[in-house]
Write a protein that binds this ligand. Structure first.
Ligand code: FES
Length: 324
């Protein structure tokens, strides 16, 4: 992320929401008084600047609440450090730097029915979407998948709402039937899914098998796609990036990311995940052909190459010109 969009907040409360998920409520203060936070829309996320690095988490509370942001953090078996830090070291009262909310997973502007699908901690943005759609009087259903009832955050709250069904792996003995779910929805339905990579792959494949229009299949990842290209390849060459606004030219070496080359050169480039999944580093391409290695852009967007994710993507040739 760049320095222009940072906010100071305080951890107000950390609550257990399941066996392996906590919610973290953040509030802002100005001159000792509670302050209003920048607005957000369902599907938004914020970056937490933790001592171990920057980590992105989706907002799960209502966008109508201007006094707080609430994120939910799972503790996966293989935490990269961010989730483990939040679970073990972060305490109420701690001051944190965060980003303003960004939304790479917005609800599209359509009136038809909505089907939401959440896997594990993917419930975080989906819960926000579900509640917002219900409050707006929209037709919405939610399939909430988790390893077990004990690991499903917000299960009691959501289970009390109409239109919510659960799929617990330890009870069902297999994955949910996404083909049947997609096929049974009216044709105007928009689908939104957030969960682990294998689930998102199954969802995309089911959408293709059921001939659902790709504009109706929405998803958000919290790890790179299973079929994403390698971020670093043996034959990666040197290329030059020209920054159109400043006129600066920066050389990107093999083994070095375009983002790191820009940051080393003092450019104020935006970024967060550095894994090609959050969209924070999306940059407009003016000239040259990117070698896309991210999990954010669709195939059509990659073919158009109007933008690129500079944290993982490179250049197929020797020169790129970026709108920076
Ligand atoms: S920093 Fe997240 S996609 Fe590049």
């Amino acid at each position: 992320m760049n320095s222009k969009s940072r906010l100071q907040v305080r951890v107000h409360e950390i609550r257990p929401e399941s066996d392996n998920v906590v919610s973290v409520e953040l509030r802002a203060f100005e001159n000792g008084q509670a302050a209003t936070l920048p607005p957000f829309t369902p599907g938004s996320h914020i970056d937490l600047h933790l001592p171990i690095g920057i980590r992105s988490y989706s907002l799960t509370n209502s966008p109508a609440e201007a006094h707080r942001y609430v994120v939910a953090v799972g503790l996966p078996d293989a935490s990269r450090g961010g989730s483990a830090y939040v679970h073990r070291d972060l305490k109420a009262g701690a001051d944190l730097e965060i980003s303003a909310p960004r939304n790479m997973f917005p609800l599209v502007d359509a009136d038809g029915p909505v089907t939401l699908i959440a896997g594990g901690i993917g419930i975080t943005p989906i819960r926000c979407m579900f509640n917002a759609l219900r409050e707006a009087g929209r037709e919405v259903t939610l399939l909430y998948c988790a390893r077990s009832r004990q690991t499903a955050a917000f299960a009691d709250e959501l289970g009390a709402q109409p239109g919510v069904t659960f799929h617990f792996d330890n009870e069902a003995g297999g994955p949910p039937d996404l083909d049947r779910l997609l096929a049974s929805a009216p044709p105007s339905t928009h689908f939104y899914c957030c969960g682990p990579s294998p689930m998102l792959s199954a969802y995309e494949q089911a959408g293709a098998r059921q001939s659902i229009a790709t504009e109706h299949i929405h998803l958000e990842r919290f790890s790179p796609a299973e079929d994403a290209p390698a971020v670093s390849k043996e034959d990666d060459g040197v290329f030059t990036v020209e920054l159109a606004r400043s006129g600066t030219a920066v050389q990107v070496l093999p083994g070095q990311s375009l983002l790191d080359a820009l940051l080393d050169a003092g450019a104020d480039a935006s970024y967060s995940c550095r894994e090609g999944i959050c969209g924070a580093c999306e940059t407009t391409v003016i000239e040259g052909t990117p070698d896309h290695r991210d999990s954010v852009l669709s195939d059509a967007e990659k073919a158009a190459s109007k933008t690129m994710m500079i944290c993982v993507s490179r250049c197929t040739g020797k020169r790129l010109v970026l709108d920076l």
